[in-house]
Write a protein that binds this ligand. Sequence first.
Ligand code: TXA
Ligand code: MG
Length: 326
Amino acid sequence: TAPPPATERLPADAAGLAQAAALLSAGRLVALPTETVYGLGADATDPVAVAGIYAAKARPSFNPLIAHCPTIEAAMAEGVFDDHAQRLAKQFWPGPLTLVVPVAPGGTVCELARAGLDSVALRVPGHALARDLLARVGRPVAAPSANRSGRVSPTSAAHVLADLDGRIAAVLDGGECPVGVESSVVACLGGPPRLLRPGGVTREALAAVLGLWPETGGEAGAKPVGPGLLASHYAPRAAVRLDATRIGPGEAALLFGAFRPEGVGAARAVETLSEAGDPAEAAARLFSALRRLDASGAAVIAVAPVPDIGLGEAINDRLRRAAAPR
Ligand code: TXA
Ligand code: MG
């Protein structure tokens, strides 16, 4: 059989943007940079295009996708925003926040992208290139992280191609993603807002705008609100061991700040997320560091403790998922 057609790497210029927009408008799959991670985009109003996302990622089809819009106005036309949602949108959009709200009458995001739910996840990304592309497409673009399902999220075009070359039409190359972890997902579905996934906007920053401390997830015993919040996720090939205070011989080490665990001298590979102990710098480097440690061939990646402060909450969430039983 013929090899799959190679994925085109489009430059971040007017011609590249025009081609990316044309492909998306024609129902094709295009990976695009955002400030958080690269997204695997498809026209969110076209169920056939959206089905292509699930197929390319090999993602369970019950997992709903985020619809990306170029402006706050465009996003607000797709959902019903209560007072909490309006305040969060005004403060954090464009930016690394996703709001889950009831679908607006006349909302255009297709049922498949919502996985049949009567709510919709909306985000206005802060990345200039992404917003330019979205404006050119003129329709919401569904985009999960552009990796194979359950694998480490991509923060460069090279990461995208490593997972999806030949499975998607193109990747728009916008360089490295500055935030490096996915958006925070907040559900505003009546009642107090809930933080379904910690991410690029810290819980502290959300609390300051809401005037209340957002709780995690849904009520006990209720149907999970984020059906895609699988335990094992963001997983490298190697096993991941958390809270490591010593490194075994041949293990790869993921470090934070000035702490040097015992035995680190015999590690197979070492990455330090942030020498200075800055959680934002650490978040920006997290996924590429995991990929490099994985490429060292070590059977185990031992992870030194990361404080749960600021973006540290999102980092620790991703690390716990990477370490969860597969
Ligand atoms: O930063 C990001 O959010 C990246 C970039 C590309 O924008 N996208 C991303 O998408 O991380 P994805 O599909 O990997 O994560 C979407 C999350 C999942 O945890 C999913 O379960 C949740 O949002 N979600 C989407 N729609 C939902 C809904 N209607 N109700 C509850 N959770 C929802
Ligand atoms: Mg993902």
